[in-house]
Design a protein around this ligand. Structure first.
Ligand SMILES: *Cc1c(COP(=O)(O)O)cnc(C)c1O
Length: 386
């Protein structure tokens, strides 16, 4: 059996090697490293794929989020609501811009931001909501857009984990994740569903004026050469990274289908286990169907009940199977983001999830032998002392 990895980027590279190597070679020979034709072409191709008017490439997903907030002209003291259960980048940029992060609880079954908790957290100072499409499934965007409209708030989608996912609205209409709110950010970090071979990110929006503002912000606040109208940043995707993304984008749907197929196999193996709760897919389909891409499984995350999670982590590690605990500490308990306005009782679900979640290996190269090996280990361990 091939060694099991959390993410296997080498195996994936083998398949696109010819194309990536020759297009990288061409960039080297033309020295168009920054803002070259590859970046421009990728931007257009991603706009087409997503069905969004504007893609603005930038240096990474954290910058992308920060630039979204700068573009919306959020001001120090403005409150921004986001999930307590996410990667720290989301809350980091809110704090960095001296906005006030307002962390709220998530749903126990989807791990996504809880709608009632959002409503409860809204004050006259609230300016924006940042739903994170955690682990590859859209947050409840119908409800979030309704709340935003009612309270006149911006919605910034953190789509770092959700690229390629489709959201089905209550009325049956569909949209790609990251094209629903006012603006969205994504990351092309190597292990993301669409990853490059270094850092990369992008911002999406259908708003022409906002796109114009953001194009200046990513380039030192310049709209005309050497005229700096606003305070900007330097954040760009380089041409070498764009060549990788151009090779992978046409394969993104098949990569995501492969992830879903793996998730289905995991689900099938674990479905009758008393102490294992399967990841729940909502929105448009029941279970993980063949045709629907409501969940693109950036992570395949189980809940392990009755305090058996830590033992399972150890058991997998002892058998050379990598796994992850995303995330082990709620953001509201992190030193950097503590706030005495928070009330522990408001984070019941996150406090529970950090003790129960485990993410299994998930990538495009897992084969059945590896999947069977993993599922057997998991079941053996959670069955013990039943
Ligand atoms: C990866 C990630 C980011 C940050 O992306 P980088 O490209 O690493 O800066 C932001 N938010 C979420 C939810 C992520 O998973």
């Amino acid at each position: 059996m091939k060694k099991i990895q959390m993410v296997d980027l080498v195996g994936q590279y083998e398949e696109i090697k010819g194309q990536v190597n020759s297009s990288m070679q061409q960039v080297l020979e033309t020295a168009a490293f920054i803002n070259g034709p590859e970046v421009h072409a990728f931007q257009k191709e991603l706009e087409n794929y997503l069905g969004v008017k504007h893609v603005i490439p930038c240096a990474n997903g954290t910058d992308a989020l920060q630039i979204c907030m700068m573009g919306l002209d959020l001001k120090p003291g403005d409150e921004v609501i986001t999930a307590d259960f996410t990667f720290a980048a989301t809350v980091e940029v809110i704090a960095l811009l001296q906005l006030t992060p307002v962390l709220v609880d998530v749903e126990v079954d989807t791990f996504n931001i809880d709608i009632k908790a959002i409503e409860k957290a809204i004050t006259p100072k609230t300016k924006a909501i940042v739903p994170v499409h955690l682990f590859g499934q859209c947050a409840n965007m119908d409800a979030i857009m309704e709340i935003a409209e009612k309270h006149n708030l911006y919605v910034i989608e953190d789509n770092a984990q959700g690229i390629g996912a489709t959201h089905t609205f209550k009325d049956g209409k569909k949209a790609k994740s990251g094209t629903i709110g006012h603006v969205a950010s994504t990351s092309f970090f190597p292990s993301k569903n669409l990853g490059c071979y270094g850092d990369g990110g992008a911002i999406f929006t259908n708003d022409d004026d906002l796109a114009h503002i953001i194009r200046g912000i990513v380039n030192h606040g310049m709209y005309e050469r050497y005229h700096h109208d606003v305070v900007g940043v330097n954040s760009r995707l380089d041409s070498l990274q764009a060549t990788v993304l151009r090779a992978k984008l046409p394969r993104l749907d098949s990569y995501n289908a492969k992830r879903r197929a793996t998730a289905r196999k995991y689900n099938e193996a674990f479905k009758n286990q008393r102490d294992i709760i399967l990841p729940k897919t909502v929105n448009g389909c029941d279970g993980i169907c063949e045709v629907c891409d409501c969940h693109v499984f950036h992570q395949y995350t189980l809940r392990i009940l009755r305090e058996k999670r830590d033992r399972l982590v150890q058991h997998l590690n002892e058998n050379a199977v990598p796994c992850g605990v995303y995330y082990p500490i709620p953001l509201h308990l992190q030193k950097a983001y503590q706030d005495n306005r928070y009330n522990e009782a408001d984070f019941k679900v996150t406090n529970q999830l950090v003790k129960e979640v485990i993410s299994l290996p998930m990538h495009t190269e897992l084969d059945d032998e590896q999947i069977n090996f993993i599922t057997k280990l998991v079941i053996d361990c959670v069955k013990k002392n039943e």
